[in-house]
Write a protein that binds this ligand. Structure first.
Ligand code: FES
Length: 263
């Protein structure tokens, strides 16, 4: 579908050029979506030099608009940061599967950097009361991220890796929180960069806690056509993969049970 850009809001410290943006688009016609799903987006200002659409996680959706959040990392996202109100973008979605929602289960959300994006929708849509808390690790200043809507809904612990200066402290905190949820027979949902996901996956296996991870593999088509996003499965993968031992992150994920994929 084609949507209108309502506005583009920069995040981050004043005085610095922002690399973080909330893109608010007119509401698509979909009636259902799940936090953790994503859209492929192609603004009209992508010329022939940017042939592919870009995947963006859905941050939040209301009856009036959809918000996606992105960080400028290359030519496509740089071009997106130049969008203006009234511009048109083509959007395909919602794509992928989304995170498990288990209101009767204590749930720990673990976010690393931009991995906070799907949890904005997750906490604002979740039924209350529900035992949900969140640990957020980030290198950039916290004002670069959409944390306000999280704080409104669930307890959020924020750990700035660069400030603590000690990655071991951060890893220890993750392990400690995950072991609390393992004791409660809870659920851990994680989203962030691959090294962060690997750490979470390792602790989940050691502690025996149910855990889902959202993968950030590069995507070109977003709909299972290019095989650009494949990842390896483990023996715990329940269905026969299309290619032996491989699954498409865009089709079968991006959210997986942590014991079912290799990171
Ligand atoms: Fe093309 Fe997944 S991005 S198959």
């Amino acid at each position: 579908c084609e949507l209108d850009v309502l506005d583009l809001v920069p995040f981050g410290q004043t005085g610095n050029e922002s690399r973080f943006f909330a893109l608010r688009l007119s509401r698509p016609e979909w009636t259902r979506w799940r936090p953790g799903q994503f859209v492929m987006i192609r603004p009209r200002n992508f010329g022939l030099d940017i042939p592919w659409a870009r995947p963006l996680g859905i941050c939040h959706m209301t009856s009036r608009h959809m918000i996606c959040f992105f960080q400028v990392r290359g030519k496509g996202t740089r071009r997106m940061s130049e969008l203006r109100s009234g511009d048109k973008v083509r959007v395909w979605g919602p794509l992928g599967n989304g995170f498990a929602v288990e209101p009767d289960t204590p749930t720990l959300l673990l976010a690393g950097g931009m991995g906070i994006v799907p949890f904005v929708g997750y906490v604002s849509e979740h039924p209350k009361p529900w035992n949900v808390s969140m640990l957020f690790g980030h290198r950039e200043h916290i004002s670069c991220y959409p944390v306000d809507s999280i704080n409104e809904h669930v307890p959020l612990d924020s750990l700035r890796e660069a400030e603590s200066g000690d990655l071991d402290d951060f890893i220890f905190t993750i392990q400690e929180r995950m072991s609390e949820y393992a004791e409660q027979k809870g659920l851990v949902l994680a989203c962030g960069p691959t090294p962060f996901m690997r750490t979470v996956q390792k602790f989940a296996a050691e502690l025996g806690v149910r855990c889902q991870v959202s993968l950030e593999n590069r995507m070109a088509c977003g709909v299972g056509a290019c095989l650009g996003c494949v990842t390896k499965t483990t023996e715990a993968w329940p269905v026969e993969a299309k290619r032996e031992g491989l699954v498409q992150v865009c089709n079968h994920g991006p959210v997986f049970w942590s014991d079912q994929v290799e990171l």
